[in-house]
Design a protein around this ligand. Structure first.
Ligand code: ZN
Length: 198
């Protein structure tokens, strides 16, 4: 198919298609759209892509993506006693979007998954342990309710509880707006376990 396009066009389509979630059709649309863009816009995008790895660093405390080390959250005066543990930097953005959490974060950059050969040593647990020694009091584990997310939560809980720190797990349950009758059993069980007083 790419053979039908001029070489430069085929190359750009291939480049777009290499992004996750972008299929052939979307890649073609983006490539055609790029043709209509003015040079300065194209330069801005090309430069942003070229610089992303040079200008972004990781915070040595919470392991989140940052402009500088330590990051603005670790440097600021938020509640240091509570740390919310998440899988990826995108999860930090999602939690921050709620405006409800005032503590600190810790980004694991992965989940324990023996099937994929990812063990505890492959995610940022050593860094989390160091923070417990610095005096964190509650660790909220906010990994997804998947097999790997649950396994990682259990592992962290067993690792940290003997250190005298409170380990909690975010509640998972029925999505807002959903019907009980169409909710699967695993979700219902979690929803029951995570019930709160009203
Ligand atoms: Zn940080």
């Amino acid at each position: 198919m790419s053979g039908l396009y001029p070489k430069a066009m085929a190359k750009l389509i291939d480049a777009f298609e290499s992004f996750p979630g972008i299929g052939r059709k979307m890649a073609q649309r983006l490539a055609f759209h790029t043709l209509t863009m003015d040079d300065s816009h194209i330069d801005t995008i090309a430069e942003a892509i070229r610089n992303i790895k040079k200008e972004i660093t990781y915070c040595s405390i919470c392991c989140n993506l940052a402009d500088s080390d330590p990051c603005s959250i670790c440097k600021g005066n938020r509640d240091k006693s509570t740390i919310c543990v998440v899988q990826t930097p995108k999860d930090v953005i999602a939690m921050e979007g709620t405006g409800e959490f005032k503590g600190h974060y810790h980004v694991l950059h992965g989940l324990i998954s023996p099937m994929d050969g990812i063990g505890p040593g492959d995610i940022k647990l050593k860094e989390l342990l160091a923070r417990i020694r610095e005096g964190a009091e509650e660790i909220i584990i906010a990994t997804s309710p998947t097999v790997e997310g649950e396994a990682t939560a259990m592992y962290i809980s067993r690792l940290l509880k003997p250190l005298g720190v409170r380990v909690t797990r975010i509640a998972h349950g029925i999505p807002v707006g959903a019907d009980i009758e169409f909710t699967d059993e695993a979700t219902l069980i979690r929803a029951l376990k995570g019930r709160t007083e009203i």
